[in-house]
Design a binder for this molecule. Sequence first.
Ligand code: VG1
Ligand code: CO
Length: 562
Amino acid sequence: MGFKSVTVASKPFDGQKPGTSGLRKATKIFMQDHYTENFVQCTLSAMGEKLKGSTLVVGGDGRYYGKEASEKIIKMCAANGVSKVIIGQDGILSTPAVSCLIRKHHTDGGIILTASHNPGGPNADFGIKFNIANGGPAPAAVTDHIYDLTQKVNQYHTVPDMKVDISTNGTQQFTVDDKPFTVEVTDSVQDYMDYMKEIFDFGAIKGLLSGSDGQPKLKVLINALSGVVGPYVKRILCQELGMDEASAVNCVPLPDFGGGHPDPNLTYAADLVNELKKGNHDFGAAFDGDGDRNMILGKNGFFVSPCDSLAVIAAHLECIPYFKKTGIRGYARSMPTSGAVDRVAKKKGKEMFEVPTGWKFFGNLMDAGRLSLCGEESFGTGSDHIREKDGLWAVLAWLSILACKKISVEEILKEHWKTYGRNVFTRYDYENVESEPANQMMTNFDKMVASSSLTGKEFKHGDKSFKLSKMDNFEYTDPIDGSISKKQGIRIIFEDGSRIIFRLSGTGSAGATIRMYIDSYESDPDKQLLDSQVMLRPLIEIALEISQLRELTGRQQPTVIT
Ligand code: VG1
Ligand code: CO
């Protein structure tokens, strides 16, 4: 039986510009009449000529409203002339798995249903993100185009009577407007797992997790925070690599993440941290809702800062078979990420790139063959195996290094600091601040930058003093396509190389979130082992003084400290 598409009249869409991670808002907004349809129509229309006859991947992190949205998207794809949709079973795919599928099956892009680390549920957040044919987040040119279309959209196309079953794996064929349309429901884990087997030495990791060569088995605790990585952990770590089932906690994706905040940091993954502190496990990890972020812990809750995690992986790429095949092309980090990885790049004589916050900025460099490994301080680590950051990949990378080095996480870090020195790092998040004072703070900074009024000034706290050498608002020119991204964050740089950075989050859904980052280098091996909050106290105070953050926002303490 053939289906006919219909065109539904709709109102222009009053959405904010989709940011680096697509459009993220309260779930209730997406559930309003035609809201999701309007945004999806604009996303599809923005593909232009490429839309007709295209293949798209669709999947999400299992959060509330994901299934309904998936069904709407499939029907709209059918009506808009897409020829095939590949969707994860029950609509489940991690963000890295979507990137993997887009690349493996050479599709024209993908649509990801997630608000990442933001809570889910009818009273929390939802999001829709478009990835392009290289498997990475759409660049600004594409998201700007989508936004322009949302300002004028007045109709969308769908196939109301089409019934698609996304709960059973297999291929379903339809005829829509006399043309064939295929829906392929795929196992959420299989293709991703096959790829991980090519990248890593599964035998070595299996030996580590089950004990071999006279070594006792590594005791691991993985907490998926009820996000999408659960099924991947069970299949890959437990079934394939022999990790005990008891080591996989919160590994069933829940629509509201069990009421939690699926963000793998010291605050929102405190359960894992507290378990590790008991000393019964050698290695711990958590992931965010959509599986692209990771947090790594060692025995007794030893915290590996994401900046150090990146640098350690960078220094040990020879433990990972993939890089033996590809060679090391270059390294990159987002601007607020500490300079720890830069030191590894320098020692290895490799190119090093500093890009704005957001994974999309790494894509061009990878496509041009100049970048192998990159990361962000926000618990994002990944490589050119796909075009998204990849939480489980980072865990497999760490397990590979542990299998190779046969020493503990803490020992690996200490050895690293001894060799390279330590970039001590912290990030303070002030979530849900009122927008007005947050914007005021950024305006004040811009004035300071314009007048260079602070250049050369000494700032003192206790017995420490820092001379300000440069202050700017970070601007990035993409070395591949020449596109320019302005105002990517205030950088306050001191003569000893220490940096204070301020920027406003682009991924929140309510009010403003101010992020303050501190990065300071310590070469003295005796001081390297001190607590980062103690070591960075003077710069934290100086940052709060220059920004007047407490006075402007009324906030005395941050919501999250990393
Ligand atoms: C945050 C992080 C950034 C990350 C982005 C998307 O952005 O700081 O490093 O790329 O989230 O991550 P912002 O603008 O809120 O600081 V994810 O896991 O939400 O795709
Ligand atoms: Co995420």
